[in-house]
Design a binder for this molecule. Structure first.
Ligand code: FE2
Length: 389
C-alpha cells in the first residue's frame, strides 16, 4: 500500500464576525443574485438576518429559502434547487449545521448540472462546477464547511448516499464563532462528541497519515479543553472559538481519512432509532477505540494523553484503550449525554438490529480492523458493559 495523502480543500476564513464578509466576497467573484439557504431553527435564532443585510449592502440581490431540514432528503434538495433556478441565482450561501451545508452542496450541484441528483450517487459520474457556494457553519460538529462531500437521504431506497466531486465543492468557508453563541447546551454537547469521533476515526482510519493525525490531535486537544465550558457557559466566546476550530480541523481529518468504526455504528443507531448524530458518536466511540487499538498503539497512547486518561506505564495498548474509552464515557456523561440503554434498553435487540446496518455502512470500509457480524456484536456488548459500569 502506498502512502496516504492529506489535501487542503478550498479557502477557510476563520474569525469572529467574518460571516458578514459574505457579501463582499460574492461581489468580488462577480455575483449578482444569491440563494441564501438555512433552516427554520437558525432563522428563529436570528442568525441569517445580519448576513443577508451585509450581502444586500454589498449590492447583491438575495433569494432566501428556509426549507432545509435535518438529514436533508433528495426531495427537499430538488425543491430548493428549483426555487434557486426560478429566481435566477448565480451563487449560493449556506447558513447552518452539517445538514444545511450538505444540502447546499447538492443544490449547487443541481444548479451547475442539467442532470437528476440520482446520477451523482455514482461518484465516478463527472460533475461540472459553475457557481460559487459559501458555507457558514452555525454549530461546531460536522466540519462539513471544510469538506467537498455531502450526505443525502435517498428516499427512493431509504438509505443515505454520499455525493462528492467538483459540483459539490464550495468556493470558500466563513467560520464565525459568534454564530454559535446561542447553540443550546444539549446540541453543543452532542456536536462536541461528533468532533471527537471525527478526530479519533481520522487518526485510526486505514486512510490516515501523519498530517491528518497532526490536525486531528489538535482537534482533540481543543475539544477536550473547551467542550465543558462551551456546554455550561455558552456565551464564552473563547470556548466557542476553540470548538469551532476543533470542528473545522475534524472536518479536515475526515475529509482526508474518512470516518471509520464509530461512525459505522453511529449511522446505524441514528438511522434506526433517530438518536442525534453526535449522541450516537459519543456512545460508540469508546468501544470502537478499544476494538481497533492493537492496530495503532502509538496513536492510542497519544489520544489517551490528550484526554488526560490515567494509565500505568506497563499497561498494554488494549488496556490503555479500555481506560481511554471509560474516560470518554465519563466526559459525555458529565455533559448530560445518556448511555445506549436510554435508547435501546434490550441489548439483544441492539445486536440484532444494529449489526446488519453497521456492517454494511460505507465507513466500515475504512476501519483498520475488519467489521463483521462477530466484531459488531463485540462492540455493541462492550458498549452495554460500559453503560452498566
Ligand atoms: Fe460525524
Amino acid at each position: 500500500m502506498g502512502a496516504n495523502s492529506f489535501m487542503m480543500t478550498f479557502p477557510q476564513f476563520f474569525g469572529r464576525g467574518c460571516s458578514k464578509e459574505a457579501g463582499e466576497k460574492l461581489a468580488a467573484m462577480g455575483c449578482k443574485k444569491v440563494l441564501v439557504m438555512h433552516g427554520k431553527g437558525v432563522e428563529a435564532a436570528g442568525l441569517p438576518a445580519p448576513i443577508v443585510q451585509a450581502i444586500e449592502s454589498a449590492g447583491l440581490e438575495v433569494a432566501e429559502n428556509n426549507e432545509v431540514e435535518s438529514d436533508p432528503s433528495d426531495r427537499i434538495i430538488k425543491k430548493i434547487a428549483d426555487f434557486g433556478r426560478a429566481a435566477g441565482v448565480d451563487s449560493v450561501v449556506a447558513i447552518g449545521g452539517g445538514s444545511c451545508m450538505d444540502a447546499a452542496k447538492c443544490v449547487k450541484l443541481l444548479l451547475d448540472n442539467d442532470e437528476p441528483l440520482e446520477v451523482f450517487y455514482d461518484i465516478s459520474h463527472s460533475q461540472k462546477t459553475a457557481i460559487p457556494l459559501i458555507t457558514i457553519p452555525t454549530t461546531s460538529g460536522s466540519g462539513s464547511e471544510a469538506s467537498k462531500g455531502a450526505v443525502v437521504t435517498d428516499t427512493v431506497n431509504g438509505i443515505k448516499r454520499v455525493i462528492i466531486g467538483a459540483g459539490t465543492t464550495p468556493a470558500m468557508a466563513l467560520i464565525d464563532p459568534e454564530l454559535t453563541l446561542g447553540v443550546p447546551p444539549k446540541v453543543t454537547a452532542a456536536c462536541a462528541f461528533d468532533v471527537l469521533a471525527h478526530a479519533i476515526d481520522a487518526i485510526t482510519s486505514k486512510m490516515t497519515c501523519r498530517i491528518t493525525q497532526a490536525v486531528s490531535y489538535e482537534a482533540i486537544r481543543l475539544m477536550e479543553s473547551s467542550y465543558k465550558q462551551a456546554v455550561e457557559h455558552g456565551d464564552d466566546i473563547n470556548a466557542r472559538e476553540d470548538m469551532q476550530l476543533a470542528s473545522n480541523l475534524g472536518g479536515y481529518g475526515i475529509g482526508n481519512a474518512k470516518c471509520s468504526m464509530s461512525h459505522a455504528f453511529a449511522h446505524a443507531l441514528g438511522a434506526l432509532y433517530h438518536v442525534p448524530h453526535g449522541v450516537c458518536c459519543a456512545i460508540f466511540t469508546p468501544a470502537s477505540l478499544e476494538y481497533v487499538s492493537d492496530t495503532c498503539p502509538e496513536q492510542i497512547r497519544a489520544i489517551a494523553e490528550l484526554l488526560h486518561t490515567a494509565y500505568d506505564a506497563e499497561d498494554s495498548t488494549r488496556e490503555i484503550a479500555r481506560k481511554t474509552g471509560e474516560q470518554i464515557r465519563r466526559m459525555y456523561r458529565s455533559v448530560g449525554i445518556d448511555d445506549i440503554t436510554a435508547y435501546i434498553p434490550d441489548e439483544e435487540e441492539a445486536i440484532k438490529r444494529l449489526t446488519p446496518v453497521a456492517e454494511k455502512d460505507i465507513m466500515a470500509l475504512f476501519s483498520p480492523r475488519p467489521i463483521d457480524g462477530e466484531s459488531c456484536e463485540w462492540v455493541i456488548r462492550r458498549t452495554y458493559e460500559l453503560a452498566r459500569s
